[in-house]
Design a protein around this ligand. Structure first.
Ligand code: NAG
Ligand code: NAG
Ligand code: NAG
Ligand code: NAG
Length: 388
């Protein structure tokens, strides 16, 4: 048995060991970087910290309360945050890198996952049908996938005041600057020729916000599990009834490390309701997604307005929406007619971009976990090939 120290030393020296993983046609090197955010505007939480499950569930009622037309959003004060966080991710490249390998896809996952969303395998087999990273590296590209703030081993920061949307956008922005510079801290060999941002769900929201606030930092944007008018957020919140993760999954998320500000949904069927569309998924995938789920935070739901405006980008490069037909969280299970190059909400977000939209038939919100994933990846790689 080789000791962990020897393994770490070999990994640091860039060796990969013969193992089932090394038969993949790509290699991944983990990175851990310090990311400083400076004077980011945050929301002073307008709901008190959660003291009990009953109070959390009451917050689900508050967040989904019927509003009268034209009613104003909740009033809150703003403050600012300057802090340094640790962000952990992977740089993956084809085993035999060619000329496309200096085109880097920056992959930002959504709520409920870590970065393995982009490299999803069932524990029982090595079929790569669900792995975006397999598809991208097979097409010759490289990827940076990262754990968002709050997703261990990235810093598990304060779920009320720190794990907020504006802070997560600032982290993506600073991480992107390192990618653009070809930082050795991310294991990059040189500055990439192109940097694409690929998101899922909340990760798409952050990628879109980057395309609005710092369009100079991206060459192309792919948005999955996302449209610009979020229609099903109340359905999602209701289905979770804001379960405390430290009682729902105490072994993985003990109360000593995860306060009541970290939340989840109750079980696999609530997971299915929001993330998967029957019968387009394997029940083993649902079981694996539930067993490896990660919490979201109250702060993420109180701070949406900090990245919501403006809602229009000067970005003039290519933007590709890959929506799921039956997406509950963004489309109330019907994306037809609410996203498209001629749909005002989509078009007006990207008035100058080279815009394309596809809707993947039969898929639900977590596109990568459906039987349609491999076809969707093929569409994305074809689009990247045409644009770059
Ligand atoms: C922080 O940002 C605010 C505006 O967002 C600005 O008014 C203030 O001067 C900034 N503070 C520092 C120390 O840069
Ligand atoms: C905003 O801050 C002021 C001054 O500290 C305080 O009186 C007020 O209650 C705060 N409002 C909210 C909605 O938190
Ligand atoms: C993602 O989380 C799962 C469950 O905790 C874990 O097994 C897996 O190793 C994590 N992925 C990465 C890339 O660390
Ligand atoms: C989905 O929405 C479209 C457009 O609004 C509509 O034509 C279609 O009937 C809806 N689908 C279902 C299953 O209701």
């Amino acid at each position: 048995m080789i000791s962990k120290l020897v393994l770490a030393a070999l990994a640091a020296a860039g060796y990969s060991l013969a193992s089932p993983l090394s038969s993949k046609p790509y290699t991944c090197q983990q990175f851990s970087v310090n990311i400083a955010v400076d004077n980011v505007t945050t929301v002073v939480p307008y709901l008190p910290e959660i003291e009990s499950q009953e109070q959390a569930t009451h917050y689900a009622d508050i967040l989904t309360t019927r509003k009268s037309p034209g009613s104003v959003a909740p009033q809150f004060n703003l403050t600012s945050l300057s802090k340094t966080f640790t962000i952990v991710g992977d740089y993956c490249t084809p085993a035999n890198p060619g000329s496309n390998a200096d085109i880097v896809h920056v992959l930002t996952h959504g709520i409920g996952f870590n970065r393995s969303y982009w490299d999803f395998y069932l524990p029982s087999n090595s079929d790569p049908q669900y792995s975006y990273i397999y598809a991208a590296t097979s097409a010759g590209y490289s990827t940076i996938s990262w754990n968002r703030l709050g997703i261990f081993p990235s810093t598990v920061a304060d779920p009320y005041t720190e794990i907020q949307d504006s802070v997560e956008l600032a982290v993506l922005t600073e991480l992107t600057k390192l990618v653009v510079d070809g930082s050795a801290d991310l294991n990059l060999p040189a500055p990439p020729s192109k940097v694409l941002h690929v998101g899922h769900s909340f990760g798409s929201q952050l990628s879109k916000a980057l395309g609005i606030h710092t369009p100079e930092l991206t060459d192309g944007i792919v948005l999955t599990g996302f449209i610009d008018t979020q229609l099903g957020q109340s359905d999602y919140i209701a289905s979770t009834s804001l379960h405390l993760v430290n009682t729902n999954q105490p072994a993985r998320f003990p109360p000593s490390q995860y306060s009541n500000g970290f939340l989840t949904w109750p079980d696999a069927y609530a997971n299915q309701y929001s993330f998967l569309a029957w019968p387009s998924f394997d029940s083993a995938v649902l079981a694996q997604a539930e067993a490896t789920k990660y919490p979201f935070t109250l702060g993420e739901f109180l701070s949406g307005s900090t990245i919501a405006s403006p809602n229009s980008s000067t970005f003039a490069g290519p933007v590709y929406y890959v929506a799921s037909e039956l997406d509950l969280i963004f489309c109330e299970s019907n994306c037809t007619g609410v996203v498209g190059v001629d749909v005002p909400a989509t078009r007006d977000t990207w008035p100058r971009a080279d815009l394309e939209v596809d809707i993947i038939a039969g898929a639900g919100h977590a596109l990568n976990l459906h039987y349609q994933a491999a076809d969707a990846y093929q569409k994305i790689m074809q689009w990247v090939g045409e644009k770059f």
